[in-house]
Design a protein around this ligand. Structure first.
Ligand SMILES: [Zn+2]
Length: 184
């Protein structure tokens, strides 16, 4: 049982009535954060929850559509940013759970918190970026490589120039190169 009732749905009028179906839409405030990595849905965030509850012989089949906002730290430039987030899930809440059924009808309600949390956490970006073409930080200065990226996108670099850059790197080994200290 979760510590909050905000994700619970009353299914009293659906119990043992196969074929009956209810659709509900509501807005809620996320009571505790979802996610542990660089991206998370924060406590206090607004969440839109569209739920379809279908009575079947074994229990209640729940289909849910979750829309909210994710706060994340860009894996390249370390900037914090917020982005819209949407995920769906479908789970059976059984009257009499077997080993195969993960979730159970509790009295006159189902608690969507466990499957919702799993669906959100699985869908959160593992390596978030603030924008697809984020240039990241300059490894030497630590500054955002904004101007350089705007003038010469990596994709447009002439392969001959790339080869030359590699040649120069080989000819002028960096004294601060960490790989030198760990080589045998
Ligand atoms: Zn970034």
């Amino acid at each position: 049982m979760s510590t909050t009732r905000v994700y619970e749905e009353n299914i009293r009028d659906l119990i043992n009535r196969p074929g009956e179906m209810r659709e509900r839409s509501r807005e809620l405030i996320v009571p505790e954060k979802l996610g542990e990595g660089l991206a998370e849905v924060r406590a206090g965030e607004r969440m839109d929850l569209d739920v379809r509850l279908e009575s079947v012989h074994e229990g209640i089949l729940v289909s849910a559509d979750v829309s909210t906002t994710v706060h994340a730290e860009c894996g390249r430039c370390l900037k914090e940013f917020a982005t819209p987030f949407q995920v769906e899930f479908q789970e059976l809440f059984a009257y009499t759970p077997t080993e195969a059924d993960e979730y159970e009808v509790h009295g006159d309600h189902v608690d969507l918190e466990p499957p919702l949390r799993d669906a959100v956490v699985l869908a959160l970006p593992f390596q978030p970026v603030c924008r697809p073409d984020c240039p990241g930080l300059d490894p030497e200065s630590g500054e955002l490589r904004e101007a350089e990226a705007a003038e010469s996108p990596v994709a447009d670099v002439d392969p001959r120039w790339a080869a030359l850059a590699g040649f120069k790197a080989d000819e002028e080994p960096d004294a601060d190169d960490e790989s030198a200290s760990v080589s045998k």
